[in-house]
Design a protein around this ligand. Structure first.
Ligand code: RB5
Length: 147
């Protein structure tokens, strides 16, 4: 599984820690930036990760900013993306099982690293349930075609 990860300055430390923990747990993590703590605009990083998923270069993505809000708004504007802003493990599992989310966004100023990692593990270990949820996800994705 290829996981793309990215952040702005608000999420830099959390992104670095998540990357380290995921790599230690055997996941393949592609760091889409930022490489050092400097002020950047979250849409720029969200676009890199979201485009990579849309083009099927990665299986899923993690985007970290201060609140997770900007990253989720930005990523959800890219076709093919279902980004979920998550703050708890139940929602993390549901985001995959029901919504087949392909990006998790996190707010580093909202939750700590321990919960953030639990959230990511809950999401990664869950499976999309398909069936009626597939129908709903297909309806969601049709919104892209009526813009
Ligand atoms: C940056 O200060 C902050 O606005 C950003 O990290 C994020 O929280 C936006 O949604």
């Amino acid at each position: 599984m290829k996981i793309a990860i990215g952040c702005d300055h608000g999420g830099f430390e959390m992104k670095e820690e998540l990357k380290q923990r995921l790599t230690a747990d055997g996941y393949e993590v592609i760091d889409c930036g930022i490489e050092m703590k400097k002020e950047v605009d979250y849409p720029d990083i969200a676009k890199v990760v979201a485009d990579g998923i849309r083009m099927k270069n990665y299986d899923c993505g993690i985007l970290v900013c201060g609140t997770g809000i900007g990253m989720s708004i930005a990523a959800n504007k890219i076709d093919g993306i279902r980004a979920a802003l998550i703050t708890d493990t139940f929602s993390a599992r549901m985001a995959k099982e029901h919504n087949n989310a392909n990006i998790v966004t996190l707010g580093a100023r909202i939750i700590g690293i321990e919960l953030a990692y639990e959230v990511i593990k809950a999401y990664l270990l869950a499976e999309f349930l398909g069936g009626k949820h597939q129908v709903r996800v297909e309806k969601l994705m049709k919104f892209e075609k009526i813009r």
